[in-house]
Design a protein around this ligand. Structure first.
Ligand code: FAD
Length: 543
């Protein structure tokens, strides 16, 4: 029953806050791993307004919770990215006299008590936060709300992660959609019918008065440093350097470097003195941009065809509203384009996918508890083969496109969507290894690891999820290779053993050539194992 869902329980809990708490001496915004920004941040913006109206300072709390990171299989990269972003935020906030106080807390079971006692320690009576939709986080927040109430603290939580929050796009009989297309159509109608609600930028936050520095309770908070790493999640120096270069922290990086590069026309790129290989051959007058090309080019993995915003969206360094507003400004159409006919509409549809998977997580939380959405698929018989798992993880399966993609993940913490689907199908269908092993490995290595999207992507690929790929859709990795990387540039880049192989051999090197180059032979033959997968998926529970 819906009322038992942690998401609905939290929403109900929030409907009964302490009504008129006595005036406090400060207002607390509790920043989480999914809203690491000052711009267009709903809860933070509202907390700032509350502080200004009452003429009291704003304080920001961040709780580093190592046990949660372990429970969620967080990658060291994602933790490091979080800390780097906090560092950037702290610098900006210091200039505004707003303390960002980052504490480390264990065990996670007592985290609600710790948060409430912090709120009390700064004499605050209002606590603001943006909602997190993972089950553990929802349960934690229910407890926070209850504790707050008994201590006369008013809690206000906002929907900020998605454009359309869970519960907004529902079927006529009040259930959450389990198929994307009708969900997306309704998403488009609701958002376009209420642009002022779903696209409006949250007002900017105001600085605290310099008096804060004289306050004996608040001024020490400025001294608290952001940790450089969290025990057990330390990135080795080499990898940290690569991550810092490839994924620079901060809202300016997300906006100026990543988003604007994706949106800008060839003419603008030329003005900036940049040569963008993707726009090569385009006339400066035809206003070609990466975004416009997205409709046709997005499945090419040898070119940089997608936005690469996922790390920033997952960590909330930029808001999805800001991204979609940027596409509206570009089109000057006054509405959100979700048509399939052009690059802009296709791209906005991907943002809607993100919302769709959050809705699934909130309304079908079993998907995040290791259960397949399609219950009958719980009985699919998996292989138990450590060697195959290791070969897949290390990018040594002998199937070049799979290996290139896995090595890309291992070296830069990111992979193109088509490759995510290809390697996920290879694991769960060619190797017949349990998809949860892959889901976990992704979370432990991705910089953009996000439970809802990762689980959704894995369950789709393994044909166990909502709106799944039919079980008989079994990507042939060699076809994916010739389509996504026709000239083999992507493979040659990530698989150095094959860097001198040209022509069709790059997709499936003959055994003799592979042996000579020290490249493994395929650990399974696709055309042979295909039948096994079809059989087992068709008859879950049977060999
Ligand atoms: P673009 O193509 O530029 O898309 C823009 C944004 O839309 C992305 O940044 C992302 O926020 C969202 N988006 C795009 N495709 C999807 C999708 N299929 N589902 C949900 N949101 C989407 N995405 C994550 O953010 N975190 C994950 O942990 C994650 N794991 C995945 C695992 C598997 C097995 C699969 C098949 C997909 C997964 N995705 C995940 C979705 C998708 O692959 C990535 O969001 C995308 O590749 C990121 O690259 P981009 O930012 O250049 O995307």
């Amino acid at each position: 029953a819906q009322q038992n869902l942690p998401y609905i329980q939290l929403v109900d809990e929030l409907k009964q806050p302490v009504k008129n708490p006595k005036k406090g001496r400060s207002v607390v915004h509790w920043m989480r791993m999914c809203d690491l920004r000052l711009v267009d941040n709903r809860a933070l913006s509202r907390a700032s307004i509350e502080a200004k109206e009452n003429n009291i300072p704003l304080v920001i709390l961040f709780v580093v919770s190592p046990q949660d990171y372990i429970a969620h299989d967080r990658s060291a990269r994602r933790i490091d990215f979080t800390l780097r972003n906090l560092e950037v935020l702290k610098t900006s906030l210091n200039e505004m006299n707003i303390p960002l106080y980052a504490i480390t807390h264990s065990p996670r079971t007592s985290l609600p008590e710790r948060v409430i006692s912090f709120v009390q320690s700064v004499d605050a009576t209002c606590l603001f936060a943006n909602m997190e939709y993972e089950v553990d986080e929802l349960r934690r927040d229910i407890k926070v709300c209850q504790l707050a109430k008994t201590n006369n603290i008013k809690t206000t939580f906002f929907h900020d992660k998605c454009i359309a929050e869970p519960g907004l796009c529902m079927t006529k009989d009040g259930r959450a959609y389990t198929v994307y297309s009708p969900y997306q159509r309704l998403w488009s109608t609701i958002v376009n019918g209420n642009l002022d609600t779903y696209m409006r930028e949250a007002p900017p936050i105001a600085a605290n008065s310099a008096e804060v520095m004289k306050d004996p309770t608040l001024s020490p908070l400025f001294e608290q440093p952001i940790p450089e790493f969290v025990g057990g999640f330390k990135l080795e120096t080499n990898n940290k350097d690569v991550m810092t270069r490839v994924w620079p922290a901060g809202h300016d990086a997300a906006k100026e470097v990543v988003l604007s590069r994706f949106l800008r026309t060839k003419a603008r790129a030329s003005q900036l003195g940049e040569v963008d290989p993707l726009l090569e051959g385009a006339e400066e007058s035809d206003r070609k941009s990466r975004l416009k090309e997205y409709g046709n080019a997005r499945d090419r993995v040898d070119k940089d065809t997608t936005s690469r915003l996922s790390a920033y969206l997952a960590a909330g360094v930029i808001s999805p509203r800001e991204c979609v507003r940027a596409t509206m400004e570009l089109q000057k159409a006054g509405k959100v384009d979700t048509s399939r006919e052009n690059g802009i509409g296709r791209w906005v549809q991907e943002i809607a996918w993100r919302d769709f998977y959050v809705s699934v997580l909130a309304y079908y939380p079993r998907v995040s508890m290791g259960r397949p959405f399609q219950e009958k698929m719980a009985n699919v018989v998996w292989e138990n083969n450590e060697e195959h798992l290791k070969a897949w993880q290390e990018g040594k399966t002998g199937v070049p496109i799979v290996d290139a993609a896995m090595r890309q993940l291992n070296s830069m913490g990111w992979m193109h969507n088509r490759m995510r689907m290809t390697v996920a199908m290879f694991l769960s269908k060619d190797l017949m290894l349990d998809w949860r092993l892959g889901e976990r490995y992704f979370m432990q290595n991705l910089i953009d690891g996000d439970l809802a999207s990762n689980n959704g992507g894995w369950q789709w690929s393994a044909s166990t999820g909502v709106d799944p790929a039919p079980y008989f859709r079994l990507f042939n990795p060699y076809n994916q290779s010739t389509k996504g990387d026709p000239n083999g540039e992507y493979i040659r880049h990530f698989v150095p053993e094959l860097k001198n192989v040209w022509g069709p051999d790059i997709h499936n090197p003959p055994a003799k050539l592979a042996e000579k180059l020290g490249y493994p032979l395929p650990i399974v033959k696709h055309h042979e194992v295909r039948e096994r997968a079809l059989r087992r998926y068709k008859n879950p529970g049977k060999e």
